[in-house]
Design a binder for this molecule. Structure first.
Ligand code: ADP
Ligand code: MG
Ligand code: MG
Length: 249
């Protein structure tokens, strides 16, 4: 589904990713771990097509196509969904309104018919309950004044509505208490399917107790420095990143 080869990415004149390679097969859940500042969020932004990140060399192939040649909206339409470390707040736009607009934009891009307000409401309500997203949250301005847990639960709801092909979750656990973490993980786990791949980016091993990955990669200083099964996450938790992340010349 996704093949990243020798990717170099700069922001301004600073090189952040320095020859990163990664392959994700369809239906698999991969985790990327790594210390703060190693380039994890940068990778997720490059995949989603955010401006300001310049790919200086390397390639990204998504379902056989050149991902880097696609605009952000096109990537979303083709099923890439990014759940971010810091979700945006939009004063003046209710959460429900946002979900309807975003969902219909997605459907248009996929060549599907738009849903009316009632249909969206029905769909949202059906999924909101299990994620404990309340009616009150749906009526409030998007993310404004939401707690960390509320933002993440809402984002997980958004992800389940969009049914992505490649879901990228960046530090979904940051700022979550254990109950919220479990809810989010459950939401993510229900999305696991043979047709869907996921990239779970996390600084801590904790989330991976609930979303058990097929593969774990360690990113340090802009490159992958280790790869293994789910047990690698536990080893790292016990021993720390240690020698793996010593800066190379
Ligand atoms: P992580 O998510 O692993 O903590 P990031 O991808 O956020 O790492 O950041 C990697 C490095 O790139 C850090 O040194 C960070 O300061 C730098 N960086 C990220 N975004 C920018 C930016 N927009 N401008 C300048 N430096 C940036
Ligand atoms: Mg960081
Ligand atoms: Mg980050």
């Amino acid at each position: 589904m996704l093949e990243i080869k020798d990717l170099h990415v700069s922001v301004g004149d600073k090189e952040i990713l320095k020859g990163l390679s990664l392959t994700i097969e369809t239906g698999k859940v991969h985790a990327i771990m790594g210390p703060n500042g190693s380039g994890k969020s940068t990778l997720s932004y490059v995949l989603s097509g955010r401006e300001g990140y310049e790919v200086t060399s390397g390639s990204i192939t998504y379902n056989g196509e050149d991902l880097l040649a696609m605009k952000t909206e096109e990537r979303a339409a083709k099923g890439i969904f990014l759940a971010m470390q810091y979700p945006v707040e939009i004063p003046g736009v209710t959460t429900m309104m946002f979900l309807k607009t975003a969902l219909n934009a997605q459907r248009r891009a996929r060549g599907e018919s738009e849903l009316d307000a009632m249909a969206v409401l029905k769909l949202v309500r059906a999924k909101a309950k299990s994620l404990q997203v309340s009616e009150d949250m749906l009526k409030r301005a998007l993310n404004v004044g939401f707690s960390g847990g509320e933002k993440k639960r809402l984002e997980t709801l958004q992800m389940t509505l969009f049914e992505p092909k490649l879901a990228i979750l960046d530090e979904t656990d940051s700022g979550l208490d254990i109950d919220a973490l479990k809810l989010v993980a459950e939401g993510v786990n229900t999305l696991r399917s043979p047709e869907r791949s996921m990239l779970v980016i996390t600084h801590y091993q904790r989330l991976l107790d609930y979303i058990v990955p097929d593969k774990v990669h360690v990113l340090a200083w802009g490159k992958m420095v280790a790869e293994g099964g789910k047990e690698l996450a536990h080893e790292l938790e016990a021993k720390g990143y240690g020698d793996l992340v010593k800066e190379r010349a």
